[in-house]
Design a protein around this ligand. Structure first.
Ligand code: FE2
Length: 302
């Protein structure tokens, strides 16, 4: 008789046994603060190992909230809100006809469901789960009509996710009327090399958009490698309302960036220092003007 195979514990599945895994058990924030990973995927889109149970387990252990943003899919997000075990911002990552992606967050799950039924479900394709048969020039205004918070994620990711991939869609995206509907830019994405995040941060500064951050986790152990930390107790609507209004980083900034993202260089800590003093900001800009990695001649790593 062959011995019965022991099933892996949840802790092991979420990375507690991996190198540095012991740290993964610790809460990342204090009891009075709120942390939100703004970009996570689950088994309902392209992260087959990330079940809702695992997300709940990680969030409870690390005292975090999460925006579950599956590609053109809302089942995971709605179910997680309904379970009421962790703080969840209802969300979706829509992929448009032009292959642009947007993170869309709603104050309440009913609004997310309404948006999905009218603007996502009828435009799904059979073969390409991440690409709808609908332009972002239709999707975003429809979301805004329902009071959504719209975030431009990974604007300098490789290939077709990069803003500069197509001149036509770039022109449509930066049309002033359209761009005013973008509320946030994801300046730290846990899956990207730091020079790509740096460019995203510069974009948020140039266009004066709120800065967001998320792990873009497709594996349970990547959840919370980057997250927003609010040093005050907030519920779901509190987080949403706060993010919806313009935030001047370093001045009226109500949150910080936190996490354990691995980067190839020390850019992320410096990235954060930018918010502290204008003098240091100038020095840093000057330094990176001649940096081959930031200027894209050497570091296409992501
Ligand atoms: Fe994503």
């Amino acid at each position: 008789m062959t011995p019965k195979k022991k099933s892996k514990s949840v802790a092991k599945q979420v990375g507690a046994s991996s190198p540095g895994g012991r740290n993964r058990r610790r809460p990342l924030i204090g009891p009075t603060a709120v942390g939100m990973d703004m970009h996570v995927h689950s088994q309902y889109s392209d992260a087959p190992k990330t079940t809702l149970d695992l997300i709940t387990e990680v969030c409870l252990r690390r005292r975090l909230g999460v925006a579950l943003t599956d590609h053109n899919e809302i089942r995971g997000s709605i179910l997680l809100v309904e379970r009421q075990k962790v703080l969840v911002l209802p969300g979706i990552e829509v992929g448009s006809k032009e292959r642009m992606e947007f993170l869309i967050y709603f104050r309440d799950p009913e609004q997310l469901e309404d948006f999905y039924r009218k603007n996502v479900e009828p435009f799904k394709r059979q073969r390409f789960y991440a690409k709808l048969n609908r332009s972002f020039t239709m999707l975003i205004p429809a979301a805004k009509e329902l009071g959504a918070l719209v975030c431009l994620p990974h604007p300098f990711a490789p290939s077709y996710k990069n803003l500069n991939f197509s001149k036509k869609r770039k022109a449509a995206l930066f049309d002033p009327g359209f761009f005013s509907m973008i509320d946030m830019i994801e300046v730290l994405n846990g899956q990207l090399a730091d020079h790509r995040n740096f460019k995203a941060f510069m974009l948020s500064e140039v266009f004066d958009k709120n800065a967001s951050a998320g792990s873009d986790a497709h594996r349970p152990q990547d959840i919370a490698n980057i997250f927003l930390r609010f040093d005050r107790p907030l519920d779901r609507r509190g987080v949403f309302d706060l993010l919806l209004f313009p935030i001047k980083m370093g001045i009226t900034q109500p949150y910080t960036f936190a996490g354990i993202a691995k980067t190839s260089r020390g850019v992320i800590p410096k990235h954060l220092q930018l918010f502290f003093s204008r003098k240091r900001q100038r020095q840093w800009m000057m330094k990176y003007d001649d940096d081959p990695v930031v200027n894209g001649r050497n570091g296409a790593k992501a």
